[in-house]
Design a protein around this ligand. Sequence first.
Ligand code: 5AD
Ligand code: SF4
Length: 436
Amino acid sequence: MKKVYIETYGCQMNVNDTEVIFAILAADGWERTEDMSQANLLMANTCSIRDNAEQRIWGRIEVFNQQRKSRPGVLVGIVGCMAERLKDKLLDTRKVDLVVGPDAYRSLPKLLSAITPDNPQIDVLLSRDETYADITPVRTDKNGISAFISIMRGCNNVCSYCVVPYTRGAERSRDPHSIVREACDVFGKGYKEVTLLGQNVDSYLWKDETQTVNFARLLEMVAAVSPELRVRFATSHPKDISDEVIETMAAHPNICRHIHLPVQSGSTRLLEKMRRKYTREWYLERVAKIRSVMPDCGLTTDVIAGFCSETLEDHADTLSLMDQVGFDWAFMFAYSDRPGTLANRTMVDDVPADEKNRRLNEIIELQNRKSLERYRAQIGKKVRVLVEGPSKRDPSQLCGRASNNMMCVFPARDLRKGDYADVTVVDCTSATLICE
Ligand code: 5AD
Ligand code: SF4
């Protein structure tokens, strides 16, 4: 049997896409392997979000190409976000047999059968309607407890720093019934948690002859699958997260109390240059609303340091916003200029690299302190944890997440993965709650 090996880079959306690719290839007679040396086809599902993500992939192409040289007949494919952006460069290297973009995975079997040594195959066309709604992903998670479900693809925001609208195309929502069916299917297979994925879930919208379903309604529909099934989602956009969504979360105990709400910058001037379409005050108001309705809601964010023209004052605004909000956790990045984006075409990447890193380090240091504060504030509280399995650090302990997404560790007792455990927080680090 033909065997395929896939490495996945970038976001959770890409992990889910890899599962769709496995499903498409399985129907074409391919078996999945985790051992590169056994594979007839080696693929990387790639990410373009920052330059260092792309640099890593070039290194992997070298490794794949060594396999290709030492084992004649082995094929190498590059799929995902780098495909469209770098198709010519990829094919010029002659180290790649296949280049396929995020909307063209259905054509993989046809493309694979057409490859010859002198004929690499390529399909990077983006689609207005592809959502892979009818394809049941081959789950690649290791624990069998938590599944990811794509509810939409692409992105219609044009944040000036971001390459995603170019690599993944226009936004389109998936049929809600196919989403609910997939949630029922994984629940039937023993999964206890689904995470609904989209670049901007708040703009999810499905309309057909009989109904209009927005994101709040979709959340309700998925939450109704079973009270035993936890529902999470990502990513929310501060300009779009509605009171209706916040209130729907509050009304359903199985919708987890966690919102990932990327702020990017605390300076209104910079937010405007980033084309985020909200101000610092708007963001703070949304946080206040979330906390007034769900005081226990976990909040995480993304922050970019050193975007074009960022002054020390803008940077101080970011630090003060982070200080004021007190996020549980943040993903923090130095700005990386991406070819083709609005910022790349119309602005100057003028904060020197060492200054970007200095600001980033200040941001990280502040966040580490805030995380510790946020985790400490949980001590003494009772939380319900979905058991994921043994803790990595200490296999005699179990681990799992609280509703607010904080990782918890606690003694195993007679609990098994997939159980819900009611525990009390007794201690913490800045990333883990230690519970009993
Ligand atoms: N440079 C640095 N970080 C970026 N992000 C997106 N584009 C860039 C870029 N060009 C970050 C944003 C986004 C997260 C997924 O990646 O913070 O929310
Ligand atoms: Fe995901 Fe964006 Fe990276 Fe594409 S570029 S894999 S959408 S993070």
